[in-house]
Design a protein around this ligand. Structure first.
Ligand code: AMP
Length: 114
């Protein structure tokens, strides 16, 4: 699959406000935040999106969610609440084709989303 801008962020070729990193994933603040907390959690592996996930990604997908919950704690939004969202494909609103989990919080979020 083709690389995206997120691969360049992983390799530190373009700047990002990185808030967490481990051997499997990277988390950084969204450049166009939709809430006071808007962090993207991405795998370092070049995976196009949830639509391309395979059984071998089971542990990685769980890891991304647990890191999001840990970051929510760090951001102080656990008690008030937050949302984790993964946009998959065109009608899901995906614009960057490297799997990413949006962590959104710090304000009342609407449901259903647009
Ligand atoms: P999606 O629409 O789910 O594919 O989300 C892509 C997200 O990546 C959007 O919320 C963008 O604002 C965000 N984004 C795009 N480029 C960058 C960047 N260089 N640094 C941080 N966030 C970015």
């Amino acid at each position: 699959m083709a690389e995206t801008i997120f691969s360049k962020i992983i390799r530190r070729e373009i700047p990002a406000d990185i808030v967490f990193e481990d051997e499997q994933c990277l988390a950084f603040r969204d450049i166009n935040p939709q809430a006071p907390t808007h962090i993207l959690v991405i795998p370092k592996e070049n995976l196009e999106g949830l639509q391309a996930a395979e059984p071998r990604h089971e542990q990685l997908l769980g890891h991304l969610l647990l890191i999001a919950a840990q970051l929510a704690q760090q951001e102080g939004i656990t008690a008030t609440g937050y949302r984790c969202a993964i946009n998959a494909g065109a009608e899901g609103g995906q614009t960057v084709y490297h799997l990413h989990l949006h962590l959104l919080g710090g304000r009342q979020l609407d449901w259903p989303p647009g």
